[in-house]
Design a protein. Structure first.
Length: 364
């Protein structure tokens, strides 16, 4: 069979294609060999490390022996972001869970202490129980008493209503008054109050009030004039020598090293003592009073009070008697001494030592 001219043409074209492919492969092989030789001569370089960009400026390298560079001041936005992420602080350590109803307040934008306090005072006017205020210092990381006239700024505040005092326990109306007033002032400052359970607070207050009523005693001792009235001038001189101070309440106070009253001496007659009136004053007697829950070491204070009463009686011509005007004997003194120790022991067992800051608040 003869081969046509067309077939011969196709064979020739195929040969040309094969030769072309072979030549192209040889060219690529030579090209890659040259590139490999070039890399071998200069060496392979490590890829460059990617450094994270320092936020807010150039990176500052540490230098041994040099002072650390100052920290950049956070922007308002950074403070707001940090505020949104912060963990709520516990209640202030001064807030007692038994004696106080502590309401924590959060504000995303910091509030000025004085402005918030005075706004709250308007809404809480007429509240029947005392309220203490605290602000949480972000810089000191602690609670501090809120200064009503201060310019400090806080994200966290706390209002602590005292549940018990000598007027009795707080009522539902007291707690409702505080909650409603705080809500109104918080609305004005874009803050959020978090009041705890009212029912639990009322139950705690009632129980604590019963405890306080059981130990709330005062010891009174009278010194009566025998033949003639006591001279105000002589009485004043004797009391000043004994270290007592005449205060604005019209009574002489015996005070301890912390300036806390131990016992008071008042006029048996319905006339207050005054510095100006002592010279011309006369009286038929005086009364010395010891407030047992408010005094630490009540037995020792009682002994000092009795010693002063006897000194007044000896110096001015009087007699020491009880509230029934019966003379004090050793038996009566011993009984009172025992009662003071018993009541103050009960207070200590309940975690409210006599004369402690908590006792001073509860028995006020």
């Amino acid at each position: 069979m003869s081969i046509s001219e067309l077939q011969m043409g196709l064979v020739g074209a195929g040969g040309v294609v094969v030769v072309g492919i072979f030549a192209f492969n040889k060219w690529q092989e030579r090209k890659h060999r040259k590139a490999a030789d070039a890399l071998a001569k200069v060496g392979v370089q490590e890829p460059a490390a990617i450094e994270p960009a320092a936020s807010g400026g150039e990176r500052v390298e540490p230098v041994i022996g040099a002072e650390a560079p100052p920290r950049p001041t956070p922007t308002d936005q950074q403070l707001r972001d940090a505020s949104a992420r912060r963990v709520p602080p516990l209640l202030p350590p001064e807030v007692d869970e038994r004696a106080d109803w502590g309401v924590r307040i959060e504000s995303i934008e910091s509030v000025v202490a004085g402005q918030f306090y005075h706004a709250a005072a308007q809404h809480l006017d007429g509240l029947g129980k005392p309220v203490r205020w605290f602000g949480f210092s972000d810089t000191e990381n602690r609670w501090e008493p809120l200064n009503p006239h201060g310019a400090a700024r806080y994200h966290w505040l706390c209002a602590a209503l005292q549940l018990v005092d000598r007027r009795g326990a707080a009522t539902e109306g007291d707690l409702a008054h505080l909650a409603a007033g705080l809500q109104r002032v918080c609305d004005a400052f874009m803050a959020i109050p978090s009041p705890p359970s009212r029912a639990e607070a009322l139950a705690r207050g009632a129980e604590l009030d019963r405890l306080c009523a059981g130990v709330d005693i005062q010891i009174g001792v009278n010194v009566l004039a025998r033949d003639q009235a006591f001279s105000g001038a002589k009485l004043s001189g004797l009391l000043h020598t004994a270290g007592l101070e005449l205060l604005d309440d019209g009574c002489f106070h015996s005070r301890d090293g912390k300036s806390l009253t131990e016992f008071v001496l008042s006029n048996l007659e319905p006339v207050l003592f005054s510095a100006e009136g002592m010279r011309g004053l006369t009286t038929q007697g005086v009364t010395l009073t010891l407030d047992v829950p408010r005094v630490a070491d009540g037995v020792q204070v009682f002994e000092r009070m009795m010693a002063l009463a006897q000194r007044i009686a000896d110096a001015l011509g009087g007699v020491v008697v009880d509230d029934n005007r019966a003379p004090f004997g050793d038996k009566a003194v011993g009984l009172i001494r025992s009662q003071i120790g018993q009541f103050q022991g009960q207070m200590a067992e309940q975690g409210i030592p006599a004369g402690s800051p908590l006792a001073l608040r509860l028995f006020s």
